[in-house]
Design a protein around this ligand. Sequence first.
Ligand SMILES: *[C@@H]1O[C@H](CO)[C@@H](O)[C@H](O)[C@H]1NC(C)=O
Ligand SMILES: *[C@@H]1O[C@H](CO)[C@@H](O)[C@H](O)[C@H]1NC(C)=O
Length: 334
Amino acid sequence: MQFFPVLFSLLAITTTSVLAQSANIGAPADMTEVSAGSNFTVMIDRPDTLTGSTEVALVIALLSCASNPCPGPSEELGTVLYDGPFDPQFTTEPGTGSLPPHENFTLTIPSTFTKGQAQLGVAHFFLLGASVAPILETFNSTITHASYKEKWNAPRADKIAWIILLKKMGWIVLVPFVALLLLPPSSTMRLLSALFSLLAITTTSVIAQSANIGAPADMTQVSAGSDFTVMIERPDSLTSSTEVALVISLLNCPSSCPGPSVSLGTILYNGPFDPQFSAPEPGTDNLPPHENFTLTVPSTFTKGNAQLGVVHVYLLGLALTPELETFNTTIIVT
Ligand SMILES: *[C@@H]1O[C@H](CO)[C@@H](O)[C@H](O)[C@H]1NC(C)=O
Ligand SMILES: *[C@@H]1O[C@H](CO)[C@@H](O)[C@H](O)[C@H]1NC(C)=O
């Protein structure tokens, strides 16, 4: 009876991806020419149908694809031109009443930016519907930069996959991989052990690159209406990454908690994340970079077990790949 779970997860994925096609680039049009060092306006539309959703953050970035095929913004964003809140509004200007809710961003192309085709990539982070599920979507268009167009090469999937892998995982991936190539082909056991160490390194670096809840401890009691401090830690290994936003939420769950990737509940914080080392004072020198948030449990919040859910969106590594991660702990509201 494996059929139904598979069908349902397939349905869930399909529904999510359909619903997630929420915002889009209203301007500039595809293949618009923009000169280096000049300003241009990017209009991001969010159709009015998404009334129940909550905006968190938007990233607009530019990546040269003059000599490589455009990888798509979910793989690589490139140079970040905007990283901040998104507040789509209807315009009040006469004659523009048919425009959907949108926001215009005036951005500048760095004067040193490579000429030719460039991917204008957008990462959009929002909380969907009544269940308040976190969604990270990406979309893009192509602009040409400066007053000439480079000849467009046919995409080379193998080349691009390697570039992305190297930029994401760094050169550490190469070491076990080269070892793997140097092994005699008959040596199956050595091949397998090399593969496992590659997997271990990959897994470790992915695990090491995630934030976590430093406080409160699991099953801490907090009374409704009172303040409590949430410490979010981000290991120092994430040095080359760029922060986008953080959401902290509370959901009453007497029996079992759904997890913050499914439902967040009441939003206690929605904004930027700026983890820092503590000022040198005795007893705090071992803390990783972190930020403390003083939040209030709503006075009407249902007593009992509650999921303290966190969503963290950041741009990973040198490729600036947009990543969404969720983590949680349980507190007891008294
Ligand atoms: C570009 O925009 C910035 C800020 O909006 C402004 O200070 C600057 O003068 C503009 N540059 C040009 C060339 O219009
Ligand atoms: C955004 O830009 C478009 C196109 O230039 C314009 O029609 C619209 O009124 C602008 N919206 C706002 C809110 O300024």
